[in-house]
Ligand binder design. Structure first.
Ligand code: UDP
Length: 484
């Protein structure tokens, strides 16, 4: 009787723009390319940001996508120094009762073929299981990180010291080796709750029926091949590389037109876009060096500047509205000296439109995975400036393995990147003379072409997604047969 209705999927992103954005894109793709119907369930602690609301509103404009926010939960009792992974995981955990009620009623009115969570959503697996709904993970970052997540329980068993004290680098099958100090933030302090939460999620990954990853075969051939082998040898969940899934337009704020109008007036490929994602902040000292480095390079720049922090971090992750204007944190006289050379905007820029713009020729990025995929999709070469989460691992892969990014070196003792070094790297990236600069630009162009091919109808990512969707359609057919 229900044969005509498209299969129905529920998607549950964990809090944070970096999770919400790719899962929203994923939802759209399922509806537009594969004719599914999606309920998109959003979680928030306290209240959600304007940027988050904008994305959810835009999503509801699609036929066959229903966006349902669960009631905000409170984290007032959580210590103020609790890390982001702890906050996210607690938000998911405390939302489970409301999720149980919602999924139960959805499943009655329109049976679910799957529940898709993201990297920190594994605690929803139990709710899905109670309803007999299979669980999947949409993993919004690299296959390399996914491999690390799947191996973390083993790594945890095999050593007791902090990973940065390991004498040997960590070697994951098919991946470049990583020194302990370069591994993602939450594993840097094994006594912290953030590590315990992460390990908890990693231990549950194998309960998933399948894991979709926002990467593609030509971007990470080694790690992907190794994961597919594990899936066969050790009955790990099926792995589906389905990326790059990125936004096609950015959420905008009042200053967006200003950025784009300014870009319109610059020569082709001349501008360096500088941005540290939705939450990245620099220390006051580093921010000043960056400003003076940009100035010293003599190149044009468009900089999304945020107020500095005590420590470099992702402190504004939950709320992107943190910048204060006027820019009194910039070096004295900087704005007037760089008038005509650069534009500084507060907090937010329409990143997709900026990367797509013909005047943009480089991107100094914190290497958040969405930003990275957006840069690849638009063929913009990178200067890698990792700050938090798994960004150091991404930066190493982009610079050392793929050769699509340049990496400024930091002072050994302080970690500070000096203005001279910043100016030097910017010059190399834009130079017509430098072999290194040309290589990075050419490699990025090749990767852009490969990304386009992966998403085409014959491409590896399109095929992988069709395979999962085929499985969901089969589940639905089986359920419908059973109910006739
Ligand atoms: N973004 C944007 N404007 C900004 C900063 C970020 O549109 O000024 C978008 C960006 O295009 C990307 C996302 O926010 O889609 C940031 O995700 P990413 O994974 O790069 O970093 P995170 O914010 O998770 O650290």
């Amino acid at each position: 009787k229900d044969m005509k209705k498209p299969p129905h999927i529920a998607i549950l992103p964990s809090p944070g723009m970096g999770h919400l954005i790719p899962l929203a894109e994923f939802a759209k793709r399922l509806v537009l390319h594969h004719n599914l119907s999606v309920t998109f369930i959003s979680l928030s602690a306290d209240s959600s940001s304007k940027a988050q609301k904008a994305i959810l509103d835009a999503l509801s404009n699609n036929n066959n996508i229903t966006s349902i926010p669960l009631p905000p939960i409170h984290l007032d009792d959580v210590p103020s120094d609790a890390k982001i992974e702890t906050r996210i995981s607690l938000t998911v955990e405390r939302s489970l009762p409301a999720l149980r009620t919602l999924l139960g009623s959805l499943n009655t009115t329109s049976p679910l073929s799957a529940l898709v969570v993201d990297l920190f959503g594994t605690d929803a697996f139990g709710v899905a299981r109670e309803l007999g709904v299979p669980s999947f993970i949409f993993y919004p970052t690299t296959s390399t990180m996914l491999s690390f997540f799947l191996h973390l329980p083993e790594l945890d068993n095999s050593s007791t010291c902090e990973f940065r004290h390991l004498s040997e680098p960590v070697k994951l099958p098919g991946c470049i080796p990583f020194h302990g100090k370069d591994l993602l933030d939450p594993v840097q302090d094994r006594k912290n709750d953030a590590y315990k939460w992460l390990l908890h999620h990693c231990q549950r990954y194998k309960e998933a029926e399948g894991i979709l990853v926002n990467s593609f075969v030509d971007l990470e051939p080694g790690p992907i091949k190794a994961l597919l082998l594990k899936e066969k040898e050790e009955k790990w969940p099926m792995i589906y590389p389905v990326g790059p899934l990125i936004q096609t337009t950015s959420s905008r704020d009042g200053g967006s037109n200003n950025c784009l109008n300014w870009l319109d007036q610059q020569p082709p490929g001349s501008v360096l876009f500088v941005s540290f994602g939705s939450g990245g902040t620099l220390s006051q000292e580093q921010l000043e060096e960056l400003a003076l480095g940009l100035e010293m390079s003599g190149h044009r720049f468009l900089w999304v500047a945020r107020s500095p922090n005590q420590k470099e971090s992702g402190a504004t992750f939950f709320s992107v509205e943190s910048s204060r204007e006027p820019f009194d944190f910039l070096p004295e006289g900087f704005l007037s000296r760089t008038q005509g050379q650069g534009l500084v905007v507060a907090s937010w820029a329409p990143q997709i439109e900026v990367l797509k713009h013909g005047s943009t020729g480089g991107f100094l990025s914190h290497c958040g995975w969405n930003s990275t995929l957006e840069s690849i999709t638009h063929g913009v070469p990178l200067i890698a400036w990792p700050l938090y989460a798994e960004q150091k691992m991404n930066a190493l892969m982009l610079a050392d393995d793929l050769g699509v990014a340049l990496r400024p070196s930091a002072r050994e003792e302080t970690g500070l990147v000096r203005r001279e070094e910043i100016a030097r790297v910017i010059k190399v990236l834009f130079s017509t003379q430098s072999l290194q600069g040309r290589r990075v630009r050419d490699r990025m162009q090749e990767l852009k072409d490969a990304a386009g091919r992966a998403l085409g109808v014959q491409g590896s990512s399109y095929q992988a997604l069709s395979e999962v969707v085929g499985q969901w359609k089969k589940n639905k057919a089986a359920a419908t047969d059973a109910s006739i």
